[in-house]
Design a protein around this ligand. Structure first.
Ligand code: ASP
Length: 639
């Protein structure tokens, strides 16, 4: 061994001990005839003291940053202690040293606050990884992984590997493909997830499976996505939705305990997808703060027939706290034409009259916003990323009066009615956006997040978990005039919707009325776990009956031949005693990032890719040799 101790482990009790350390030179400081060196390894930093007697040797063998150094010496209690680091009480009086290897000057300083930009640090990621902040992230990742494995092992889950060279698994992205040399003209696909394999393992009887596994999706890299990422992938036999929710609430609670020492004893809230969309504007609400959206005008098509949503005040709380959300809630609830009533109230302001949707948010305590501040908010919603034409605001003054940007159109009575519909209190600032449904809802959701950020309500150390349930099984794909699976094609409908699925023809004859098709109302037996506004996991109870699976494939536009070509193996397996099963997968990188208080998953991946999917350190992707093309029988035709 090159060392007797690490740089992080020496403490006061070690005083006077003779030790050998090995590590990297972080800094060299010369004070007259003595030299101080901070020596670093994975465990910490220890100060070395080279006294005058070593000067000549040091001059002949000068030390530089990142040199690999071995020293022998005696532990000494420092007179001038550094309270900031655990080893700060001590130093090593060096007797002898040996330079194990030199380093050229690194391109950036290897310290917590580095002078290296993103691109440079990625190019020299092996140096970046020496930095304490990056190391802490990888340590956290390791801890999350270890806690996961321990919990799942205790719950009888078996870690089983599944192959990477496979056939397409549709998770909604493009596949990465790998040409096969031995089977000219044929290609493997890299798994977007182990979905079909874990289902086959259920057919094989391995009733509790998990894997911390790489998945590959060739997507345009929006912010903070990676073409290869890691999932905690799980599947169980003989379970219903409730069993899965309980099991994996347990996992997350355990991770919080093990990694952050947080007792997450709160009940984990549950919310229907419909409520998430109407009350928060997206399917992964951040519930660390309130500020729900108030829909002042619903689009005409939003609630066909009897399913108008109840008033905000009636719904509030109800759907969030119920243990088992009632999927028929909307259908049964009193049809309170919330949209229509408010439609009257907000009438007279042409942009609202013309808009498909009008959505308001009451921002607490902001009624005294200045003209400049409201102008800034207006500019914010008009940015191309948000795309609104404007922003209406109503100040609910502390004295009970109102001041709005639409005073010309609304009298005090109307403003008061709007304020009460929005549940605004004196002192609040109401912000209203209007326009096409989807865009407006997204804008309102973004505005809500923006205001929460401005008001400091998105504390990264405050963790709020949520289940989103009762997703629609299908989405309508306009360009093909057919259905697509919202989760993936193996997700089962809710038990009560199975008959609707079986007994109806999935074909959409009248595109403009697709919402009236029975398939539009089928709910998925699926669930997403949301943490602080991020989807950290999602899964479903699966289809395990061959006929239902074929019906699903048909609904997605696959004819018999395509079904056999793509999924013959699965349909075949379902003929040999497939048990009821379901599962979930967590985005491991994102989970680590959120627990680590960061917005960026890259910080928690040892060797990540950049925004164009490149590894700038090893320079991949890159071209291959002509010989390789020849062997693969592939010719390029680059456009
Ligand atoms: N395979 C799914 C996914 O990657 C997760 C699941 O349904 O278990 O999202």
């Amino acid at each position: 061994m090159f060392r007797t101790h690490t740089c992080g482990e020496l403490r006061k009790d070690d005083n006077n001990k003779d030790v050998t350390l090995a590590g990297w030179v972080q800094t060299v400081r010369k004070f007259g005839s003595i030299t101080f060196v901070d020596l670093r390894d994975r465990y910490g930093i220890t100060q070395l003291l080279f006294s005058e007697s070593l000067n000549a040797l040091l001059e002949a063998n000068p030390l530089g940053r990142e040199f690999v150094l071995q020293v022998k010496g005696t532990v000494n209690e420092r007179s001038n202690k550094n309270k900031n680091i655990p080893t700060g009480d001590l130093e090593i009086i060096v007797h002898s040293f040996s330079i194990l290897n030199k380093s050229i000057t690194p391109p950036f300083t290897i310290q917590d606050d580095t002078d290296g930009g993103d691109e440079l640090r990625m190019k020299y990621r092996f140096l970046d990884l020496r930095r304490n902040t990056v190391k802490k992230n990888l340590e956290l990742r390791y801890a999350v992984g270890r806690s996961t494995r321990n919990y799942l092992h205790e719950q009888e889950f078996m870690d089983i590997e599944t192959p990477f060279l496979i056939k397409s698994t549709p998770e909604g992205a493009r596949d990465f493909v790998v040409p096969s040399r031995m089977n000219g003209g044929q290609f493997y696909a890299l798994p977007q997830s182990p979905q079909t394999f874990k289902q086959l393992l259920m057919v094989s009887g391995y009733d509790r499976y998990y894997q911390i596994v790489k998945c590959f999706r060739d997507e345009d890299l929006r912010a903070d996505r990676q073409p290869e990422f890691t999932q905690i992938d799980c599947e169980m036999c003989f379970v219903e939705q409730e069993d899965i929710l309980q099991m994996f609430e347990g996992l997350i609670r355990r991770i919080f305990k093990d990694v952050k020492n947080i007792d997450y004893t709160d009940k984990i809230k549950r919310m229907t997808w419909m409520d998430a969309m109407w009350l928060y504007g997206n399917d992964k609400p951040d519930i660390r703060f309130d500020m729900k959206l108030a829909n002042l005008k619903f689009p005409a098509h939003a609630f066909p027939e009897k399913t108008s949503p109840p008033a905000l005040s009636q719904r509030e709380g109800a759907s969030e706290s119920t243990d088992k959300p009632d999927p028929s809630k909307f259908a049964e609830s009193k049809v309170l034409s919330f949209g229509e009533d408010l439609g009257e109230v907000i009438k007279a302001f042409p942009p609202f009259d013309e808009a498909e949707t009008v959505i308001a948010i009451a921002i607490p305590g902001c009624s005294e916003y200045s003209r400049k501040q409201t102008d800034e908010l207006t500019e914010w919603v008009k940015r191309p990323q948000i795309g609104m034409k404007g922003l209406v605001f109503i100040k609910c003054n502390a004295d009970g009066s109102f001041k709005s940007s639409v005073d010309k159109f609304y009298d005090a009575e109307k403003l008061k009615n709007i304020a009460s519909a929005v549940n605004a209190k004196a002192g609040d600032l109401i912000l209203i956006v209007a326009g096409d449904e989807e865009k407006t809802r997204k804008a309102a959701s973004d505005l809500r997040m923006h205001m929460a950020h401005t008001l400091g309500l998105r504390n990264p150390e405050d963790f709020k978990l949520l289940w989103v349930l009762d997703f629609p099984l299908f989405e309508y794909a306009e360009e093909h005039n057919r259905w697509v699976a919202r989760h993936h094609p193996f997700t089962s409908p809710k038990p009560e919707d199975i008959e609707t699925m079986i007994n109806n023809d999935p074909k959409i004859t009248n595109a403009s009325e697709y919402l009236k098709h029975p398939y539009a109302n089928i709910k998925a037996n699926a669930y997403d776990m949301v943490l602080n506004g991020n989807e950290i996991g999602g899964g479903s109870i699966r289809i395990y009956q061959k006929d239902l699976q074929k019906k699903m494939f048909a609904a997605l536009g696959m004819d018999e031949e395509e079904q056999q070509h793509k999924f013959g193996f699965l349909l075949g397996a379902f003929e040999y005693g497939a048990p009821p099963h379901g599962g979930i997968a967590f985005g491991f990188d994102r989970l680590c990032a959120i627990i680590g208080g960061s917005e960026s998953i890259r910080d928690f991946i040892a060797f990540p890719k950049n925004n164009s999917g490149r590894d700038v350190m090893i320079d991949a992707p890159s071209t291959i040799d002509d010989k390789q093309f020849e062997e693969l029988q592939i010719r390029l035709d680059l456009k």
